[in-house]
Design a protein around this ligand. Structure first.
Ligand SMILES: NC(=O)c1ccc[n+]([C@@H]2O[C@H](COP(=O)([O-])OP(=O)(O)OC[C@H]3O[C@@H](n4cnc5c(N)ncnc54)[C@H](OP(=O)(O)O)[C@@H]3O)[C@@H](O)[C@H]2O)c1
Length: 327
């Protein structure tokens, strides 16, 4: 049995990865959690738990030496935060400490970065983003992920793969859920007046390719992960609407209004200590028109064949939301 650690195990993608690793049956699975983590999706009795000392390299080293993991899937991270400092502390700082503590002879690292580390693609010819492009992250989140990638690339002497997933959706996800809920409530929102080019990856396809990245001999490479298709925002809405069986009223919001609301929510959030789904970072993501990416290397190197296009993935996701009475 290969011994693997999933950090961020309590999260949407981490818990989906744990489920798949257990289902495959060849892995001794450790869930990296903290005492406050919600273990709702970590109920399988075969899961072993470890509270990772991310802020203490010496303690972290001891923890890792004791376990000698064959692989660490590093997913622990913030997707919403109040400031660049907060993002950097967790997304960059914890990753740095992990790199400084791992024995590179023993453990392969699969790092969950994000498309955000690259930033959106250009909006004239709408070409696909490539790993060889110059990175221009347009969010604090993206900058923190890029710092972590750079540290890994420059300092980690072992085997590693960096994955840059685009928008990940699937059962348990809470942000795209808000869009499905809005469509279900008969509102079809559009932000800005120029079509957005969007990409998606279903959570099950993402966790499958991350396991493949561990099992393959591939190392020291970075990949975008999507389902390989580009969808216009109107296609995304049409699929959601059809799967939900909803009728909708189309509402187009000028970007300056969305920006104004996001700044307002940021200020309110700071006052009450809460992060809203719409915030300044999220505005920058929503305002960008080109989130198309190239996954040819991923297909070639890791034999990646996504099993879910948006239609199939949304059908399965919405069935789950309905079963769980979220919708
Ligand atoms: N979802 C997407 O669309 C997407 C796209 C690209 C990349 N990613 C990346 O994929 C990873 C997982 O994303 P997700 O959507 O599953 O996010 P999520 O549901 O928010 O899960 C985040 C995980 O990170 C843990 N975490 C956060 N702050 C921590 C801290 N200070 N110390 C220890 N653990 C901490 C959380 O633990 P608690 O439960 O204890 O808070 C949780 O388990 C992230 O690194 C994210 O940047 C996600």
């Amino acid at each position: 049995m290969k011994k693997v650690l999933v950090t961020g195990a309590s999260g949407f993608i981490g818990s989906t990865l744990i489920d798949r690793l257990l289902e495959l049956g060849n892995y001794d699975v450790y869930a990296g959690v903290r005492s406050s983590s919600n273990r709702k999706y970590l109920q399988n009795p075969d899961i072993k738990f470890i509270d990772i000392a991310f802020s203490n390299v010496e303690r972290l080293k001891e923890q890792l030496e004791q376990e000698n993991f064959d692989c660490i899937f590093h997913l622990a991270g913030l997707t919403k935060a109040k400031s660049q400092e907060e993002f950097d502390k967790v997304n960059f700082g914890f990753t740095k400490n992990l790199i400084d503590a791992i024995d590179p002879q023993i453990t392969k690292l699969i790092f969950f970065s994000s498309f955000a580390a690259h930033g959106p693609g250009e909006e004239v010819s709408f070409t696909k983003a490539k790993v060889s492009d110059e990175n221009k992250p347009n969010t604090a989140y993206g900058r923190s992920k890029l710092k972590a990638e750079t540290y890994i690339n420059e300092n980690f002497k072992g085997k590693y793969v960096i994955l840059r997933p685009t928008g990940v959706y699937g059962p348990r996800e809470t942000d795209y859920f808000v869009f499905f809920q809005t469509i279900d409530n008969h509102i079809e929102p559009y932000l800005g007046f120029v079509s957005q080019h969007l990409t998606f990856v279903y959570s099950k396809d993402l966790v499958e390719v991350s396991i493949q990245a561990f099992e393959s001999e591939i190392s020291n490479k970075t990949y975008f992960v999507s389902d390989g298709n580009m969808y216009l925002d109107s296609e995304y809405a049409a699929i959601s609407k059809q799967v939900l069986g909803s009728w909708t009223l189309k509402l187009k919001f000028p970007l300056f209004i969305v920006r104004w609301i996001s700044l307002l929510l940021d200020s309110v959030g700071r006052l009450i200590g809460k992060q809203f789904t719409l915030n300044k970072d999220k505005y920058s993501i929503l305002a960008a028109r080109n989130w198309d990416c190239d996954i040819e290397d991923l297909k070639k190197d890791l034999n990646y064949v996504p099993k879910y296009d948006l239609q199939k993935g949304v059908e399965e996701t919405i069935a789950w939301y309905k079963k769980e009475k979220w919708l």
